[in-house]
Design a protein around this ligand. Structure first.
Ligand code: PGA
Length: 249
């Protein structure tokens, strides 16, 4: 069956020292948890040191973005193979904050996902509708466009390295979670869409995470939904205790 993934997106928070301290605090709190894939995503500058700190533990590491070229004259960018070198096994791609503030599009998401997988990383590809889109009944159209564009041309085989994160933009950092039923409805839609595009075995195996104000007290309800396979956690991942409580749901 699908092993749940609980991933903590630390966004633009914490120095190197604070990041290492957080992951060291987290390690004993989740040490007995073999049933869940636990991932943390620190800022770029902390990756290498956090990568050293998680060696031999059951915690994996993601970066929050990557570029699609391996090397070259691309000032300011970081290639997937360098992220792997720093200790990452995963990379978050197409987070709504990147789409909103940094011009990320379905096309760049697609290029990044392909490059990440080619470099041996797993890609956590984010999709989600805004409040205006939800209120104008555009949710399914938006999700379909983002999934089709972001995952275009990926081979079935690549899907062992793809995790999808559904994060309604209106629920991120707002304290407003989608209800269990609202989230499940979109997750089921995504799984059906993946079945249509890539076949049922791929759809049955792919993990679809929910993100948007996930907290220790709402994770259980979300995780009992048949198509929710984990969570992408922002705010509540910045404290070891609350993130561990979510991972140990
Ligand atoms: P949040 O962020 O849990 O703080 O809402 C989720 C995310 O942006 O991944």
């Amino acid at each position: 069956m699908r092993k749940p993934v609980i991933a903590g997106n630390w966004k633009l928070f914490k120095t190197i020292t604070e990041s290492v301290a957080l992951v060291n605090e987290l390690k004993p709190l989740v040490a007995g948890n073999q049933g869940v894939e636990i991932v943390v995503a620190p800022v770029f500058t902390a990756l290498s040191r956090v990568g050293d700190a998680i060696k031999g533990s059951n915690i994996s590491m993601a970066s929050q973005d990557c570029y699609w070229e391996e090397e070259g004259a691309f000032t300011g960018e970081v290639a997937p193979k360098l992220l792997k070198d720093a200790g990452c096994s995963h990379v978050i791609i197409g987070h709504s904050e990147r789409r909103q503030y940094f011009g990320e599009t379905d096309l760049t998401v697609n290029k990044k996902a392909k490059a990440a997988i080619a470099a041996g990383l797993s890609a956590i590809v984010c999709v989600g509708e805004s409040l205006t889109e939800r209120e104008s009944d555009q949710t399914f159209n938006v999700i379909e466009t983002q999934i089709k564009g972001g995952l275009e041309g990926l081979a079935d085989l690549a899907f062992t390295h793809i995790v999808i994160a559904y994060e309604p933009v209106w629920a991120i950092g707002t304290g407003k979670t989608a209800s269990d039923a609202q989230a499940q409805e979109v997750h089921a839609f995504i799984r059906q869409l993946i079945a249509r595009l890539f076949g049922k075995p791929v759809a049955d195996a792919v993990r679809i995470l929910y993100g948007g104000s996930v907290k220790p007290d709402n994770v259980k309800g979300l995780m009992t939904q048949p198509d929710i396979d984990g969570a992408l956690v922002g705010g509540a991942s910045l404290k070891a205790e609350s993130f561990a409580a979510i991972a140990n749901f």
